[in-house]
Design a binder for this molecule. Structure first.
Ligand SMILES: Nc1nc2c(c(=O)[nH]1)N[C@H]1C(S)=C(S)[C@@H](COP(=O)(O)OP(=O)(O)OC[C@H]3O[C@@H](n4cnc5c(N)ncnc54)[C@H](O)[C@@H]3O)O[C@H]1N2
Ligand code: MOO
Ligand SMILES: [Mg+2]
Length: 419
């Protein structure tokens, strides 16, 4: 057991971990399965959009030149030669003195260069053979040109983007019934410690239920990964080593919780001393989660988070979330903090940066980060409220309310009013 450990900053430890991760390969999925996945390639427009000149209105397609003298009290009368619905191909060109009845989204007939809406015409009824145009139109007015939004060959979504509903619309428009996406990362999860009982087991003296594995599984699922749940490891080194050596082969990243400190039964800490295991880091300048550990076993990265649920959560956000982004092929992964005003003073002296769980609020249009004051590393009741980690830098005497702080956002804010 190493009681004295070399301290690294969060950024140093994160880069150590990320350097051991490789972008996963791609797979093809049906469009209906692509939501939330990461695009493996740029998506190219396979045709112009719109694919043909079309009418954006229900009205009449005309030659603008015919309407030059048109006015409300002096309509220009044109002969209606055809009706075109969306989806139909016009057959008759619009010659001088003629108009085509046209619906929204329908293809423009040859010869027409403008569209007037029904409401600006006289006698627009379905059976009218002659229509009165009540205002002058400019050439090109009310006309959607082929390719005016997107030209064929344009990159419409980039490799590495997460597919959202808008991406799905683009993929569907351009005929991508199959999409190349990055394979979902398989993330192994295990907890350590004989105090842990399963969620469906009754408590006994000295025991607690294993909440970390369930919480981490939810976080992995939320991030688009596949959680692979392994049994709780006892605090016995030889067995832990043998089991974990097997587990790492089945996954892209193995995440454990517990056993990383200097206690007699902290099995992950002992594992780090084994000759077959490479230690990446085991002491980080941060609170909570300072004993968060990174290992390599059989060349695979293992992220060993603290057993304390609050520290486990923070460790996940600082290390595992970026690790999953790295596996998905994101270049230059970092924690990407934004600035917000601190909602309440935090006056504890901080020898190391502190990552406080918090909520995001707005007051008069200003972003406020409100720390959770119930966030002891061993607590878990308010984890559900966390939307961000508020960074209180090392040194000094904390931060006053209203001071600007770095904030690492990890959840969609629910924008409660400040209370
Ligand atoms: N002498 C020192 N003691 C401790 C130090 C230190 O520097 N010197 N660091 C403290 C800090 S900081 C942390 S964080 C913890 C880290 O603990 P471990 O990662 O070794 O975790 P355990 O000892 O296994 O458990 C700690 C705590 O968490 C509970 N736990 C564990 N696993 C789960 C789980 N899956 N679900 C829910 N709760 C879990 C466990 O029962 C303990 O209460 O060490 C400090 N000690
Ligand atoms: O920093 Mo530890 O993570 O206090 O509990
Ligand atoms: Mg311990």
């Amino acid at each position: 057991m190493r009681f004295s450990r070399q301290m690294k900053t969060v950024e140093e430890a994160l880069q150590e971990l990320l350097a051991r991760l490789q972008k996963l390969d791609e797979e093809q999925v049906e469009l209906g399965e692509a939501y939330g996945r990461i695009l493996a390639h740029d998506v190219i427009a396979t045709c112009d959009m719109p694919p043909f000149d079309r009418s954006p209105l229900d009205g009449f397609a005309v030659k603008a030149a015919d309407t030059v003298h048109a006015a409300v009290d002096q309509p220009v009368y044109l002969r209606v030669v055809e009706t075109v619905a969306a989806g139909q191909v016009p057959r008759i060109p619009v010659d001088p003195g003629c108009a085509t009845r046209i619906m929204t989204g329908a293809m423009m007939p040859a010869g027409a260069d403008a569209v007037i809406m029904f409401e600006q015409t006289e006698n627009p009824g379905v059976h009218s053979e002659v229509v009165g145009i009540k205002r002058a139109l400019r050439p090109g007015e009310n006309l959607s040109r082929r390719g005016e939004e997107i030209a064929q060959g344009t990159v419409v979504a980039h490799a590495g983007e997460r597919v959202n509903a808008g991406t799905i619309a683009v993929l569907a428009t351009f005929g991508y019934s199959q999409v190349s996406v990055i394979r979902k990362p398989r993330v192994g999860l295990l907890s350590t410690g004989i105090e842990l009982v399963a969620v469906d087991e009754p408590l006994a003296p000295g025991k607690i239920r294993n909440s970390n594995t369930a919480m981490l599984a939810a976080l992995i699922t939320e991030a688009g990964g596949i959680p692979v749940l392994f049994p709780v490891l006892p605090d016995e080194l030889a067995e832990a080593k043998q089991k974990m050596t097997g587990y790492v082969r089945e996954v892209d990243l193995l995440i454990s919780s517990g056993g990383v400190s200097v206690g007699d039964y902290d099995v992950i800490a002992s594992l780090a001393d084994e000759p077959e295991v490479t230690l990446l880091f085991n002491r980080i300048a941060m609170r909570p989660g300072s004993p968060t550990t990174g290992l390599l076993m059989s060349g695979k990265p293992v992220l060993a988070l603290s057993g304390n649920p609050g520290a486990c959560f923070v460790g996940y956000e600082l290390f595992a979330r970026p690790a999953l982004q790295c596996l998905a092929g994101k270049k230059q992964v970092s924690l990407e903090p934004i600035k917000a005003q601190l909602g309440s003073p935090y006056e504890k002296p901080c020898p190391h940066p502190r990552y406080l769980r918090g909520r995001l609020l707005q007051k008069d249009g200003v972003l406020i980060a409100q720390p959770d004051f119930n966030d002891k590393a061993g607590n878990l009741g308010t984890l559900k409220n966390s939307e961000c980690l508020i960074v209180i830098p090392a040194g000094g005497r904390g931060k006053q309310a209203g001071e600007l702080v770095d904030v690492i956002v990890h959840a969609q804010p629910s924008w409660r009013e400040e209370v």
